[in-house]
Design a protein around this ligand. Structure first.
Ligand code: UDP
Ligand code: MG
Length: 323
């Protein structure tokens, strides 16, 4: 990014070197949950691949309530490398909370958010930073394809992104949480009052100048995905309702359609009764009961979901608690 030198001297996010050159500080935010013994090596690989002479690095490792040796491993990494800082949660609050906590702690002029399992190639970071230096505030890394994932996961992701786009109007297909965001975006993100967050969607929503780059997702280093199908489904539903109230309108549409069909049905039955050959009652009544009952319960479910979301936001409990 083009900034004049006097501006850099005043800016707390730039570190002055001995020969009075301003080097930006880049914060790497890494959420970690039960990553086991390979986390130490992964953090070292991330720092090694990301470091260049053009900027300074700090790495904020957010331990999202791991119950294995992750925290011990990160502490060990932090004692060997002063660029690493550990934040520990009291329990598992989820990746979104971990990203938020990492960003709140970041001191850099820019932050890069990436997974700890090396599925977000850290070699791309220098390229992302050189794009940022040209004045782009967001660099979004998109998955080039999902070849490494199973068919169900691919279909599931496709369905989620299509529904998300349909309801919210934002196309975030193939996007990941692997992103570079400028200080301006970090501050905007942190100033949002909402508790339940969808990082990917919200960064896109800020609509600051952005560029997309593509990457091939490598195999996970150690372990398996920390997301169960149920956790993913809940995450998907929350994210869609986070960005759109359209499902509530669908309830009205279903109600309206049921009313029209009901009126038609009623008119036909009445007409047939007047003409002396009324339709067989029992099946019709059961059918109507089941259809209308289903529609009402579904409507209540959707409304209930939004009320639950309101309840969570109104309670305004913190998104995470640091140990
Ligand atoms: N993660 C986390 N909290 C969770 C689940 C995952 O901080 O509750 C971290 C995890 O340690 C990893 C990143 O989020 O660094 C992505 O998780 P994972 O690799 O399991 O997800 P996937 O690659 O399957 O999307
Ligand atoms: Mg992964």
């Amino acid at each position: 990014m083009q900034r004049d030198n006097s501006d850099k001297k005043r800016n707390p996010f730039f570190v002055m070197t001995k020969n009075d050159e301003a080097k930006p500080l880049v914060s790497l935010v890494v959420p970690i949950y039960n990553e086991g013994e390979h986390i130490l090596a992964n953090l070292q690989t991330i720092l090694k691949s990301a470091q260049t002479q053009w900027y300074d690095l700090e790495l904020i490792a957010v331990d999202d309530g791991s119950r294995d040796e992750s925290q011990k491993q990160i502490s060990m990494a932090a004692t060997h490398d002063k660029r690493i800082r550990l934040i520990s949660f009291t329990r598992n609050f989820g990746k979104e909370a971990a990203i938020q906590a990492g960003l709140a702690d970041a001191r850099g002029a820019v932050a890069v958010i990436l997974d700890s399992d090396l599925q977000h190639p850290p070699e791309l970071i220098p390229r992302m930073i050189s794009i940022w230096r040209q004045g782009i505030l967001i660099v979004e890394a998109r998955k080039q394809d999902r070849r490494n994932e199973c068919l169900t996961n691919r279909l599931y992701a496709k369905l989620f992104y299509s529904v998300f786009q349909y309801f919210s109007g934002f196309d975030i297909n193939g996007q990941s949480d692997f992103k570079l965001i400028d200080r301006k975006v970090i501050d905007t993100y942190l100033s949002l009052p909402e508790k339940v967050r969808f990082f990917r969607g919200l960064v896109h929503w800020t609509s600051y100048p952005s560029i997309q780059i593509y990457f091939l997702v490598p195999q996970r280093v150690g372990g398996t995905s920390r997301w169960s199908r149920i956790k993913l489904l809940r995450y998907a539903i929350n994210n869609i309702t986070n960005f759109s109230s359209a499902p509530l309108q669908i309830v009205s549409i279903i109600g309206f359609l049921t009313l029209i069909i009901g009126t038609l049905f009623g008119a036909i039955s009445l007409f047939q009764k007047i003409n002396g050959h009324s339709i067989d009652g029992f099946t019709t009544v059961i059918l109507l009961l089941v259809i209308i009952g289903g529609a009402i319960l579904m409507g209540l479910g959707i409304i209930g979901h939004y009320i639950a979301r309101l309840y969570d936001e109104v309670k305004a409990r913190p998104a995470y608690i640091i140990k």
